[in-house]
Structure formats: C-alpha cells, structure tokens
Design a protein around this ligand. Structure first.
Ligand code: ATP
Ligand code: XMP
Ligand code: GLN
Ligand code: MG
Length: 525
C-alpha cells in the first residue's frame, strides 16, 4: 500500500494535513520532524509533506534530516516546511516587516503541475487566482538552485516554488485549512498525480487487513474489551468480533450513571443482534456507595476511575485464557498523548475511562483503531454493519452522569437527569432544520442535560412548587478542544423545557447554557 509521510514541525493544524490526504484514500502517518532518516527509509513513503510550525528556520533547532531530499520521492513543504526546504537547499529565508495572517489572493505563475487548471478565477492576463489562508512572519526571499516561482502575492513575492525535475514543491499558504478553497484539490494533486500514490485506503480493504492482523496478533488467546456503548469501543468490538468471534469477551459496566435505557440498548445490539459475548455488570450499588457524600469533581472522577478498574479486574480474572485488553484508542488520542508528553499542560480534568489497569494483570494491549480518525471509525462501523444512528451518536464521557450531576451524586438525581436528558435528545432528533434538512441532533456535536442541585420556586396548577433545576447544554465543535454553544431554535428549547417540567416530576425550571469553550468546558465538571 502506498503511504505518505507527514513530518510535523509543531503545527497547530498538522492533523488536518493527514485528514486531507486520507480523504484522497491514501494512507498517511504524522511523525515528529526529527524522525531518523533510517526510520523514514523503513517507512518507505511514496512522498513526504513538511508541515508548518511556530519557529523561524534561521534560528530554530527544529531541523529535519536533509538526507530526505535524496530519497528520490516528491516533497511538499507547507509554510515552515517551505522555509526549511528553501534554507536547506540553498535559498534564503528572512523575517518579513509584517506578519501576514488570514486571507490572501495568490497569483499562479508558469505552468506548475501543482496549480495547473486549479483556480478560483483568473485576471486580465489569464493568470489563475486562488483564495488562500496565510499565517506567517518569515518568508523565502531567494529561490534555491533549480527552483522556479509558481505563485506570488504583492506582500509575499515567493508564495510558492517548485523544482519539478526533482518533484519538490512548496507553498507559503496552508492548503490543509478549509479557508484555502482549492486546498484539498492542491493536496490531492500532489499526492495522487505528482507522487502517483494509489488511492487504495478504503474501508473494505482496511477491514480485510485489520482482521488478518488481529488474527495473527491474538492467535488462540482471549481478548477482553470495555464496551461503553460509545462509538469507538463499539466499532472496536464489532471489528475484533469479526476477526476472532468467541475469543472476544466484552464487559459493559453499568455504574448507574448511564443514559436512559443504555444498558438495554447495548445488550440488544451486541449480544442479541450481533452475537457478541457481552458481560453486563451491574455495579451501580458499588459506584453509588463509593460516591456517597463526595462533592469534589476531581475526587469524584478518581473514585469512578478506580471503581472501573476494580470491576474490570474482577471480570478479567473470571476468564481462563485472557491475554489481551482491547481499547478503542483512535489516532487523535495517539497524537495527543505524544504531544502531551512534551507539553507542560495544566490538568483541567482527569479523564477517566477504563484503562491503566494494574501491571499485575499482565494483559497485552490490542488497539485496532489506532490509525483511524473519528470519521473513519464511523465509516468503518457502518461497513461492519452497525446501525447508522449508533455510529453517529454524540460522545459520552466514561464517568457518565457522574460529571453531569453537580456536587454529590445520588440515585434520585440520576433518575431525574436521565429522563430530562432523554427528552432533550428526543426533541433534538425530531426537530429538522429546514435550511439543511438535518436534525438538530446531527447539527450539534454533543448535547445533554445537567442536574443542578439547586431548588427554585415555581407555580404549577395554582400551587407553589419548590423543585430542582436542569440546564441544557448543546455545543458545536470539530475537535472538542474548543466549542461554540449551539444556536438552537427557541421553539425547540421551549418545547424541551415544557416537556421536562411536565413529564419529570421534581424539576420545575430549565435553563440553557450559553458559554463557549474556552472559557467554560463542555461538561460542567
Ligand atoms: N460503561 C462502560 N463500560 C465499559 N467500558 C467503558 C465504559 N465507559 C467507558 N468505557 C471504556 O472507556 C473507553 C473510553 O471511553 P470514550 O468515551 O473515550 O470512548 P467510547 O465510549 O468508546 O466512544 P465515544 O467517544 O463515542 O463516547 C471506552 O472505549 C471503553 O473501553
Ligand atoms: O471518555 C471520557 N472520559 C472523561 O473522563 C471525560 N471528561 C470529559 N469528556 C469528554 O471530553 C470532551 C471535552 O470535554 P470538556 O470540555 O468538558 O473537557 C467532551 O466530549 C466530554 O464529554 C470525557 N470523556
Ligand atoms: N505557520 C508557519 O508555519 C509559520 C512559519 C514561521 N514561524 C513564520 O512565521 O513564517
Ligand atoms: Mg464514551
């Protein structure tokens, strides 16, 4: 299979380059800029893409191995990647007078294979014009030997350059962001036409390969997997089940803090319809017992995490030949944890899932989704026969309603919240936005209700009420790192509020959360 290597110089948007390449059905991986040349050779890339980065090439130690230019494969430099290519091959890079950030119009020059026929419009002289997005302070001021100018702007006279004989191309703008209108076309042009990579990264091919690999890895040993009903663990379960059938045992932990009827749904789908072995562990009494009296969000998360491990450990000991722990780790998790090792970040929340099992269990990790982006995981789920509505569900955090009931968790609160949340989700699914033809569930990235342990006064049927408050939260985001609150129609909010107050006895007030992330987070705890 043809593969593209992306070397990351610290770009905020390097993941997007990988996604665009994958959209052309070509496999690619993102690696640090200082990947050793032997490892690059072993990877055997069909082409290399150099990402942008925050530094200035003339004073930075972010330098890749120049030997990559001798591998005989095409190279595309983007922003810092272009500047590093120029400096390394004998051109010149200097600090500009002003930083250029945002929209720019570039004028294509000559007939490069990169831009030929790709344009948003043309000028009076017939030059192609392209709308692009720039983010730089430095620029290339002299071309390296063998290169020609292929695009310019008034403020950036060398906006793109190429040495077509050697297959080297470079652009100062960012083709990976959607603001660059023909950006995807430009990247696909490089990968498919210039590098000649075959578009063989497709789901059916992937399933065949993954199934073969899982069988080889696992042999006749047993695998245990934490099934949450969420997208990643469900798709991982379906894939591993396809490969090894009965050798897979899923453990579904009901901590009493799941969505309404979740247990039923998971058992119906996996155990009854797909014939997957699922152990349904009702551990709600244990979780609730441990959580009683605790109000601190971080302590609650730690308690839930520890309890998950307990349950899991107990279940895996019941199997005779369990040697593997399967997880629904996906590619962004891999990239983030690699990044997290080098960055000194504040802990905002301790994320808790199952995992981090004690070493004494001696289980090997099986992570068949490690190479996939979320969209690809969903595509895979559909190809494996999971229903569309399950594969396109909003994510649900491991600690569940434990972080959506503020302060102390009580079974009574969980029951009120489950019902309020189910009404909100039902209204989102049933309300279709006319402009797009999509439901508001599909138009939002995550939506849920939050239980506030606050009582307020109301009036119902001429009587005074003094009951709990529920907040509705709905956000739109592509990566969950930042998010906007969703501008839901008032009519939808109104209907949801009416129904919750009428149908869920104990709640007499509903509010809507209009905070973005940052400064708020998506979950309330
Ligand atoms: N109730 C649960 N029972 C068993 N395992 C769980 C449970 N909740 C979470 N996990 C484990 O924690 C992992 C991480 O959870 P996470 O929410 O990130 O992923 P997911 O639930 O698979 O997918 P999604 O992002 O769509 O919610 C899951 O893949 C699963 O293995
Ligand atoms: O599996 C999970 N275990 C956790 O402990 C956890 N905490 C938050 N989340 C989810 O992460 C995304 C970002 O949430 P925050 O803005 O609240 O940090 C949102 O999608 C949250 O639902 C979790 N997922
Ligand atoms: N986005 C980038 O790659 C920027 C490259 C370099 N830091 C500059 O300012 O020009
Ligand atoms: Mg989940």
């Amino acid at each position: 299979m043809d593969k593209i290597l992306i070397l990351d110089f610290g770009s905020q948007v390097a993941q997007l380059i990988a996604r665009r390449v994958r959209e052309a059905h070509v496999y690619c991986e993102l690696h640090p800029y200082d990947m050793p040349i032997d490892a690059i050779r072993a990877f055997n890339p069909k082409a290399i893409i150099l990402s942008g980065g925050p530094n200035s090439v003339y004073e930075s130690d972010y330098q890749a191995d120049p030997a990559l230019f001798s591998l005989g494969v095409p190279v595309l430099g983007i922003c810092y990647g272009m500047q590093w290519m120029a400096q390394t091959l004998g051109g010149k890079v200097e600090s500009g007078d002003t930083r250029e950030f945002g929209y720019a119009e570039i004028r294509a020059r000559g007939h490069s294979k990169l831009f030929n026929g790709l344009q948003d419009r043309s000028n009076a002289e017939g030059h192609g014009l392209l709308d692009v997005w720039m983010s730089h302070g430095d620029k290339v001021t002299a071309l390296p030997d063998g290169f020609t100018l292929i695009a310019e702007t008034p403020s950036c006279p060398i906006a793109a350059m190429a040495d077509e004989a050697r297959g080297f191309y470079a652009v100062q703008f960012h083709p990976e962001v959607t603001h660059t209108k023909r950006g995807t076309d430009i990247l696909h042009r490089f990968v498919l036409s210039i590098a000649g990579a075959a578009p063989s990264w497709t789901m059916p091919n992937y399933i065949d390969e993954a199934v073969k690999k899982i069988r080889e890895q696992v042999g006749d040993e047993e695998v245990i997997l934490g099934l949450s009903g969420g997208v990643d663990s469900s798709v991982a379960a379906a894939l591993i089940h396809r490969a090894i059938g009965e050798q897979l045992t899923c453990v579904f932990v009901d901590h009493g803090l799941l969505r309404l009827n979740e247990g039923q749904m998971v058992m119906d789908m996996f155990a009854r319809n797909l014939g997957v072995k699922v152990v349904h562990v009702d551990a709600s009494a244990e979780f609730m017992g441990k959580l009683a009296g605790e109000t601190d969000p971080e302590k609650k998360r730690k308690i839930i995490g520890a309890e998950f491990v307990e349950v899991f450990q107990a279940e895996s000991k019941k199997l005779t030949n369990a040697k593997w722990l399967a997880q629904g780790t996906i590619y962004p998790d891999v990239i983030e944890s690699a990044g997290a090792k080098t960055k000194k970040a504040h802990t905002i929340k301790s994320h808790h899932n199952v995992g981090g099992l004690p070493e004494t269990l001696n289980l090997k990790l099986l992570e068949p989704l490690r190479e996939l982006f979320k969209d690809e995981v969903r595509e895979l789920g559909v190809a494996l026969g999971l229903p569309h509505e399950m594969v396109y569900r909003h994510p649900f955090p491991g600690p569940g309603l434990g972080v959506r009931i503020l302060g102390e968790v009580k079974a009574e609160y969980a029951s009120l919240l489950q019902r309020a949340d189910a009404i909100f989700i039902e209204e989102l699914r049933n309300t279709i936005d006319e402009a797009s033809g999509k439901s508001w569930y599909d138009l939002t990235s995550q939506a849920f209700a939050v239980f506030l342990p606050v009582k307020s006064v109301g009036v119902m049927g001429d009587g005074r009420t003094y009951e709990w408050v529920v907040a509705l939260r709905a956000v739109v985001t592509s990566d969950f790192m930042t998010a906007h609150w969703a501008e839901l129609p008032y009519s939808l909010l109104g209907r949801t509020s009416n129904r919750i107050i009428n149908e869920v006895r104990g709640i007499n007030r509903v509010v809507y959360d209009v905070s973005g992330k940052p400064p708020a987070t998506i979950e309330w705890e």
